[in-house]
Every structure is written in structure tokens, then in C-alpha cells.
Ligand binder design. Structure first.
Ligand SMILES: Cc1cc2nc3c(=O)[nH]c(=O)nc-3n(C[C@H](O)[C@H](O)[C@H](O)COP(=O)(O)O)c2cc1C
Length: 181
């Protein structure tokens, strides 16, 4: 069925004999791709989950959630139903991700998650991304190759981080990820 026929069908219900005027059909042709795109975007489901001991990763989670239009929830809040994109946030304690994050990954159902997008904070090294990525891939869950990372305040280090610039960058990252899915 061609696009214009599809539109005839949409307009006329099941009655394919109804033919709109030529001008109307052109207008429909121009509008169809945008409407289909909107329909596809509406169907995509995005969730944000994080683990944060001192609130740094939570700041990113809340910002990303605001950007993508959902509520960030602390692990171990489960994800409901099928999720196209799960933003998963964590940080590094004594060189590794926390046992809570490891345990949470084990609860994820690969048949219900399109892909996971990782974001993280730490004081020194960006260790969370490779560790979380490996655990997810071991479970057969796809991982977005791009991740978001910024420094997080720790004792006298990185006061105020994530700061407004970090949050702005996190918003931009979330928008880019969700727009090209
Ligand atoms: C107990 C503890 C251990 C930490 N160990 C590390 C570490 O090994 N490497 C590092 O880069 N940062 C380390 N940090 C700093 C945290 O990763 C950083 O402050 C992070 O932003 C904390 O995130 P959160 O506030 O979401 O828990 C440690 C922080 C704490 C509280």
C-alpha cells in the first residue's frame, strides 16, 4: 500500500473508495512522515535509575529524568514493563561500583530492555562505565557506546560538582540519546 493509499485508509477508515482532493493528498504526504515519527517517539519508553550515596549521581539522574520526561528512581526500584532506554547511573567507591548496583544489574530482564545508557560520577577515575558495561553485556543487555561522566564532590575535591555546567552537559547528552533512538 502506497503512502497516499495509506492516508486514504486512515482518513476513510476501512473504505478505500474515498479519495481526497489532489491538494489535500499532497498536504497529507508532507505531514505523514512527521506524524509517524511522533507516533514512534510516543511509543518509546525511557526510565532513569541510579545509585547515589552522597547525592552527586542523583543530581545527574534528576536532570536527565527532567529532560526525558520521567522520574528518576533510586536502585532497587524495578523498571515497569518494556523499556526502550534505561539510563543507569552509579559512582565509584573504593575503586569499584557498589554491591547494590551489581545486584540490580542481575535483576534486569534482557527481553524487556532495548538498551542501557550509563552515566556516572567519581572523584578520580572514570571506572563505573567499563564495570557496569561489562556486567550488562555479560547478561546480554545492549549498552549504548556513549556514556556521560563528570566529577563528583568528595571531601575537599571538586567542590560543588556536579555543577550547573555538568548538569547542562547531562541534559544535552540525554537529549541527543533520546532524539536519535
Ligand atoms: C567511601 C567512598 C569511597 C570513594 N572511593 C572512590 C574511588 O575509589 N575512586 C574515585 O574516583 N572516587 C571515589 N569516591 C568519590 C565518589 O566516587 C564521588 O564522590 C561520587 O561523586 C559519589 O557519588 P554519589 O554522591 O552519587 O554517591 C569515593 C567516595 C566515597 C564516599
Amino acid at each position: 500500500m502506497g503512502i497516499s493509499h495509506a492516508y486514504n485508509y486512515i482518513i476513510a477508515g476501512s473504505d478505500l473508495r474515498v479519495k481526497p482532493f489532489f491538494g489535500v493528498r499532497i498536504w497529507m504526504l508532507l505531514k505523514l512522515p512527521a506524524e509517524l515519527e511522533e507516533f514512534a517517539m510516543e511509543k518509546s519508553k525511557v526510565a532513569v535509575r541510579y545509585f547515589s550515596k552522597s547525592g552527586n549521581t542523583k543530581k545527574l539522574a534528576d536532570e536527565i529524568a527532567r529532560m526525558v520526561g520521567c522520574k528518576a528512581e533510586q536502585i532497587p526500584a524495578p523498571v515497569d514493563g518494556n523499556i526502550d532506554i534505561l539510563f543507569l547511573g552509579a559512582s565509584v567507591y573504593w575503586g569499584g561500583i557498589s554491591s547494590e548496583v551489581k545486584a540490580y544489574i542481575q535483576t534486569l530482564d534482557k527481553s524487556r530492555i532495548g538498551k542501557v545508557v550509563i552515566f556516572s560520577t567519581s572523584a578520580l577515575a572514570e571506572r563505573a562505565f567499563p564495570q557496569i558495561k561489562k556486567k550488562l553485556l555479560d547478561k546480554g543487555i545492549p549498552v549504548e557506546s556513549k556514556n556521560f561522566y563528570c566529577r563528583g564532590e568528595f571531601t575537599a575535591l571538586h567542590k560543588g560538582r556536579p555543577n550547573q555546567d555538568d548538569l547542562k552537559a547531562a541534559r544535552k547528552f540525554a537529549a541527543e540519546i533520546t532524539e536519535r533512538k
